[in-house]
Design a protein around this ligand. Structure first.
Ligand SMILES: CC(C)(COP(=O)(O)OP(=O)(O)OC[C@H]1O[C@@H](n2cnc3c(N)ncnc32)[C@H](O)[C@@H]1OP(=O)(O)O)[C@@H](O)C(=O)NCCC(=O)NCCS
Length: 129
């Protein structure tokens, strides 16, 4: 893990960078506000290289974890997910994700709900118990 990477909550000023990053990964922002996003930033470069979304509607969910292709396999994606898992005292027992990368989430302790893939996505959950 690069020690110069900081994980923090996004602000409105970050939204353009987040949009460009997600576009680079062929992902969307779904009109979500900045408060739903966290970012991974190389502080000395003021450069955002990763992002993740938390959604807490009917159930708590992690959504749209993305790391810039040039910065993958350095632990940044794991750090983003762990940041969300560790800082949600009001989240309930289970946190859900629908993902095309079950191997990545499996290494972080997520389990498959079942083996059904829908359009390439599989549903997984993480137990806080
Ligand atoms: C998935 C993603 C966020 C992982 O980010 P990352 O910073 O490269 O992940 P990490 O370096 O923390 O990897 C942690 C572990 O997961 C594994 N992993 C990461 N991405 C993987 C993938 N796509 N397939 C299988 N394993 C993967 C790594 O090999 C690593 O394993 P290790 O600990 O044994 O070395 C990144 O590849 C990405 O942005 N992909 C495109 C967007 C996407 O598909 N997001 C997920 C949908 S929610």
């Amino acid at each position: 893990m690069n020690p110069n990477i900081t994980i923090r909550r996004a602000t409105n000023k970050d939204l353009l960078s987040v949009y460009l990053l997600l576009s680079n990964c062929l992902l969307e922002m779904y009109d979500l506000p900045a408060e739903n996003f966290i970012v991974a930033e190389i502080a000395y470069k003021n450069k955002i290289v990763g992002t993740a979304v938390e959604i807490n509607r009917n159930y708590p969910e992690i959504h749209t974890v993305a790391v810039h292709p040039s910065y993958r396999s350095k632990g940044i994606g794991s750090k983003l997910v762990n940041y969300l898992l560790e800082r949600q005292p009001d989240w309930r027992e289970y946190i859900y994700v629908q993902t095309v990368t079950p191997e990545f989430f499996g290494k972080l302790g997520f389990l498959k709900l079942d083996d059904v893939y829908h359009k390439g996505y599989v549903s997984m959950f993480y137990s806080l118990k």
